[in-house]
Design a protein. Structure first.
Length: 317
């Protein structure tokens, strides 16, 4: 198989030379003729893909306009995009259809559903191939005042204590989608504080920070909150900044269902921006909207707050 950008004629010739031949002048001349004058045919015959999707409208995710072309897959990798010669074990005619990278469900609650049915037909049949889990309440940790969670994987009972345990259980169970998960701030808070509405003391806040650090080492994508409801709503802005500073050390992001989408929506957006700015990490605001009717029509003011923060260097969206 030739490499992209290589001389197909040269490689066609080399492929022929790899096969032993009898010392026959006519046969050698014939093969040399084919190598020199039909390299494209030889290259096409030599290349075999597992799958080629042909004649589709390709949207590659780069932001460029779509273009007609083919997509070749070998094993579990896309190996070539464009006008692809050669044979494949399976060919799909995508004429009139769009071929695109899998969609990402940025706000999924399939944490436990995937252990019940890893086929995820309701997602993959819509083109979703990646799900982001763990809004405020995540599939780990289960420590301290939160008892370990038992799940069944491949017929066996498994006890989950950490986010790492959850990832291992998901991998063992087998699922059809990719996943990423935040560590839920509410989950961490409850591990330390239980169902109490008390303020955490310095030692308890430090315990939360240690749990966040552990989850980030386990592979968490960042920290998430649902500040509209307890236990997340019990956290102050400064609490969130302290926890997010730990997340920033591990290259994570802060994703928030903000504290108020009604009369306090402007203050809540500003709070999210403040957390990102002071903790030094990107911010993703979930459900960016105005729920209170008397503020309808003012969403551009919220966009203005975000744009102003971006001009200051805050990565917020």
């Amino acid at each position: 198989m030739s490499e992209p950008g290589s001389d197909p004629g040269r490689h066609g010739h080399l492929i022929l030379l790899r096969h032993p031949m009898k010392n026959s002048l006519p046969r050698a001349c014939c093969c040399c003729f084919l190598a020199l004058f039909q390299p494209a045919w030889l290259q096409g015959a030599a290349i075999e893909y597992d799958l080629v999707i042909r004649h589709g409208k390709i949207v590659d995710g780069s932001g460029n306009p779509w273009f007609h072309g083919d997509v070749a897959v070998q094993g579990d990798r896309i190996v070539q995009i464009g006008r692809i010669p050669g044979e494949a074990k399976r060919v799909v005619d995508a004429t009139g259809l769009v071929v695109a990278p899998g969609f990402i469900d940025m706000h999924s609650h399939s944490d436990w559903a995937l252990l019940e049915d890893g086929n995820a037909q309701s997602k993959i049949r819509q083109g979703v191939t990646t799900e982001v889990l763990g809004e405020s309440v995540s599939a780990g940790p289960f420590q301290g005042k939160v008892a370990p969670r038992k799940v069944t994987v491949q017929g066996a009972s498994v006890e989950l204590r950490t986010l790492r345990d959850y990832f291992a259980a998901i991998e063992r169970a087998g699922i059809s989608v990719n996943i990423a998960s935040y560590v839920g701030q509410g989950q961490v808070w409850e591990c330390v504080m239980g169902t109490s509405f008390d303020r955490p003391n310095p030692g308890q806040l430090e315990a939360m920070k240690q749990l966040v650090a552990e989850a980030m080492r386990d592979g968490a994508f960042g920290l998430s909150t649902a500040l509209l409801m307890p236990p997340s709503s019990l956290a102050t802005t400064q609490d969130l900044i302290e926890l997010c500073r730990v997340v920033a050390e591990h290259g994570g992001i802060y994703s928030t269902h903000i504290r108020d989408e009604g009369e306090g929506v402007f203050d809540s957006v500003n709070e999210a921006i403040q957390v990102g700015e002071r903790a030094g990490l990107p911010v993703d605001i979930l459900h960016l909207k105005i729920a209170d009717q008397k503020y309808w029509g003012r969403v551009k003011e919220i966009f203005g707050l975000i744009e102003e923060a971006r001009r200051r260097g805050v990565n917020v969206q």
